[in-house]
Design a protein around this ligand. Structure first.
Ligand SMILES: [Zn+2]
Length: 187
């Protein structure tokens, strides 16, 4: 779900006087080509990596028994592969994107962070803040479909000089989500 509400909040003056200061700080998990990935300290990184390994890398199981740095490497590769696949699905080649991903251990803690940042709670399983170039996801409700949907928002918001209307952006993100779910038999 993209949060055009964010700019609406600014217009409505509901945001704080210095929105730039309102950042959510989570521990750095790993760096990929397209994203810097942060996660709450109690996030199960193995679980996260397994959910996002849409190519089902043959080496995944052996990697899981390796040091944490290797698991993080698999995660970074998977995130970039999802970004590239979404780009391929939409026909929107992007090379110079760099954004952030915030992984929360639960929907509850994600909503609490969202409330701290934006002053509202929204019943969504993921968000993309196009002003901060940041994806928000929660591990306890995370699926590859949810993740690819938010990645598609990142892609669309970066690719178009003039952003498409919100409903069209949802259609595009929904299409990417559908393709990922179909590919992994989650329909
Ligand atoms: Zn959406």
């Amino acid at each position: 779900m993209i949060r055009f509400l964010v700019s609406l909040l600014l217009i409505c003056g509901l945001w704080g006087p210095d929105p730039g200061a309102a950042e959510e700080h989570l521990p750095l998990l790993t760096e990929s080509k397209y994203f810097t990935i942060y996660a709450e300290a109690d996030c199960d990184v193995t679980r996260l990596t397994t959910i996002l390994d849409f190519n089902r890398a043959p080496s995944l199981e052996s990697v899981m028994s390796q040091p944490a740095a290797d698991v993080q490497g698999v995660l970074a590769d998977s995130v970039d592969a999802i970004f590239n696949e979404a780009s391929e699905i939409l026909g929107t080649p992007v090379q110079n994107y760099k954004g952030k991903i915030m992984v929360f251990s639960s929907e509850k803690s994600m909503n609490a962070a969202f409330r701290r940042l934006y002053g509202v709670t929204l019943p969504e399983k993921g968000y993309y803040d196009f002003e901060r170039h940041t994806v928000f996801v929660a591990l306890d409700v995370l699926t590859l479909g949810v993740f690819s949907h938010e990645i598609a928002h990142a892609l669309v918001s970066h690719y178009f000089v003039v952003p498409p209307p919100p409903k069209l952006q949802e259609v595009l993100a929904g299409y990417v989500e559908f393709k990922f779910r179909k590919k992994t038999g989650d329909l």
